[in-house]
Design a binder for this molecule. Structure first.
Ligand SMILES: C[S@@+](CC[C@H](N)C(=O)[O-])C[C@H]1O[C@@H](n2cnc3c(N)ncnc32)[C@H](O)[C@@H]1O
Length: 234
């Protein structure tokens, strides 16, 4: 299990965001696309707690995680609702869906030689997150970290026609992956340049629902989100 992403606090938060921002808004048999399913537990727990008549297509590159997820999916007879592909979403032919959801890799580091290379989010941590906002999905639910250039993501989303419809924020203690010496040192550098925002021990993780801007849509909490995500400093 050591090579599978493990952070129950974060995965449970992601699961709650999925329920509040995606599953409960789905009225028909909608399709949801998920980037980076991990061991599948966040989606599986959400499916067990909610009525959802659609299908979730997950993408997970880590074969051990993909196998673990499939075994739990079988155990709960959810294989008609949750299908995980052992491939990269960016390299697969795009599946249409009303929602794209992800707790994406967001660890900032000088290179991908970190505890779990599949958690590498680029030098500022926001590279994969921002790429997910370029795929054109109508609704995108993402976890965003305050030490991963959150301002760039909010600006990138705006430039790609999204507004921030709702968000939830969880203060998290630096965990196993973000406390790796090389990563922590890099985050310190990013903090000096106001690219990362955290205290010495804590950072904010936001679950955000981005929606493509429509004429009549007036709700845009981008400024409020930016304010919260840049507020944590020593
Ligand atoms: C932060 S973990 C989240 C896992 C799970 N969703 C959760 O919240 O517990 C990110 C996941 O994305 C996967 N991943 C990274 N790059 C990927 C890619 N290009 N395509 C598919 N999955 C990827 C990683 O292997 C990892 O399992």
């Amino acid at each position: 299990m050591k090579d599978i992403f493990f952070c129950p606090e974060e995965s449970n938060f992601y699961s709650n965001c999925l329920e509040n921002f995606a599953l409960r808004n789905c009225k028909k048999s909608e399709c949801i696309v998920e980037f980076g399913s991990g061991d599948g537990s966040p989606v599986i727990n959400s499916l067990l707690r909610n009525r959802f008549d659609g299908v979730i297509h997950g993408f997970e590159l880590n074969t051990s995680a993909w196998k673990a997820a499939n075994s739990t999916i079988d155990e709960y007879n959810l294989s008609h609702k949750y299908i995980i592909h052992n491939s990269c979403l960016f390299e697969s032919s795009q599946i249409e869906g009303e929602y794209l959801v992800a707790n994406p890799p967001y660890i900032p580091a000088p290179d991908r030689d970190i505890y779990m290379p599949l958690l590498f989010g680029g030098i500022d941590g926001a590279t994969v997150t921002n790429e997910l906002l370029s795929l054109g999905y109508e609704n995108v639910v993402l976890l965003i970290s305050s030490f991963s250039n959150p301002k760039s993501t909010i600006e990138y989303a705006k430039a790609h026609g999204y507004c921030v419809n709702s968000f939830l924020v969880l203060p998290l203690r630096f965990g196993y992956y973000s406390s790796e010496a090389k990563v922590k040192k890099h985050i310190e550098e990013l903090r000096k340049h106001k690219i990362a925002f955290s205290s010495d021990d804590y950072y904010f993780l936001a679950g955000v629902l981005f929606k493509k801007r429509q004429e009549e849509s007036v709700v845009d909490l981008s400024n409020e989100l930016a304010q919260v995500m840049t507020s944590l400093v020593n």
